[in-house]
Design a protein around this ligand. Structure first.
Ligand SMILES: Cc1cc2nc3c(=O)[nH]c(=O)nc-3n(C[C@H](O)[C@H](O)[C@H](O)COP(=O)(O)O)c2cc1C
Length: 313
């Protein structure tokens, strides 16, 4: 008997397949924290990324909320940008051409205030080249239904995702809100509606008060908390989602480096997104790729093998 053969590292250990798309690595940028990609060209190599997820797009341009709309918090930030964006048509005309020249996937994050809005944005993106998939932000109030948030009601989530499913041939990634009691119910609703993948988590609702003025710091009183402060919550939710999900998961929430990203992958995510970290270091997502490469070599393990490999006993 000879010595046992040493396990060989697969050829592309970082490559992952999600929703029928092959990604060179599992690291994406999180929507709203990386503009439309172009803003980051001077600071990072976009081609190093597995995918670029652009700022949430609506049917018409939006100004967003009045300021102050960002405040720093312990280990994070609270934002109430109000989904400011150029609108889907200007995105296609002015922002997408640059991205088409970049050798990576572009994922368009979309939102609306009614199901019809979501469907129309999805339809317009369906006809253009250069968009690989849609990420549906369901953390929006349905104005027709009295402001009920799509992402916190499983029936509403089902309705909006199934409507979008009928409006486009593009792969769909449904982005879940953490502001729910049981994330597993939302996973099932999105899957039943035909989503191809699920990303989580969006920001957690928070509030900061200026005690001298006895006023909320943000003009909108509450905002979305992101950054390292939310990471343990996000990792727990990915792990819970993974216990029921049939489709691949994309995890995010406070990822600052490769070690943080690995937590999500081991918990059950096929890929990750880097958000708030890009405000501190615009090259953060590309650095996560380098760190994952080193880990894959050191442990002789591919990202596919690592996903969901958490040991509980
Ligand atoms: C300033 C800002 C703007 C954001 N805009 C969007 C958006 O347009 N659409 C969306 O789905 N998520 C948006 N998000 C949420 C992020 O994509 C991400 O889910 C969240 O920030 C958690 O990840 P992080 O802690 O790594 O930032 C935004 C987050 C921040 C901080």
């Amino acid at each position: 008997m000879g010595t046992p053969l040493k396990k060989k590292l697969p050829k592309n250990p970082l490559e992952v397949t999600i929703a029928g798309l092959k990604f060179k690595n599992p690291v994406m940028t999180a929507s709203g924290t990386f503009g439309y990609g172009a803003e980051f060209v001077p600071y990072t190599d976009l081609e190093k990324l597995g995918a670029i997820v652009v700022k949430g797009l609506s049917l018409y341009p939006r100004q967003g909320n009045p300021g102050p709309r960002i405040v720093e918090t312990p280990c994070g930030m609270l934002n109430a940008i109000g989904l400011q964006n150029v609108g889907v048509d200007e995105f296609i005309e002015k922002k997408l051409p640059l991205l088409k020249g970049v050798k990576t996937h572009v994922i368009a994050n979309i939102f609306g205030e009614t199901i019809e809005d979501y469907m129309e944005v999805a339809k317009r993106l369906d006809r253009v080249k250069g968009v690989s998939a849609l990420e549906i932000n369901i953390s929006c109030p349905n104005v027709k239904k009295g402001g009920i948030v799509f992402g916190t009601d499983p029936q509403e989530a089902f309705r909006v995702v199934s409507a979008i499913r009928k409006s486009t041939r593009l792969p769909l990634i449904t982005k879940l809100s953490p502001n729910v009691t049981d994330i597993k119910v939302m996973v099932k609703a999105a899957e039943d509606a035909g989503t191809d993948a699920i990303s989580l988590i969006n920001t957690l609702t928070g509030m900061v008060i200026d005690v001298e003025k006895r006023r909320p710091v943000l003009a909108t009183a509450t905002g979305g908390l992101s950054g390292p402060a939310i990471r343990p919550v996000a990792v727990r939710m990915v792990w819970q989602a993974a216990s029921v999900a049939r489709v691949p998961l994309i995890g995010m929430g406070g990822i600052m480096n490769a070690e943080d990203a690995l937590e999500f992958i081991i918990a059950g995510a096929a890929a990750v997104q880097v958000g708030t970290a890009s405000f501190i270091d615009p090259d953060a997502a590309a650095k996560v790729v380098v760190g994952l490469e080193e880990y894959a070599q050191r442990h002789c393990v591919s990202m596919k093998e690592l996903a969901g490999s958490l040991k509980l006993a």
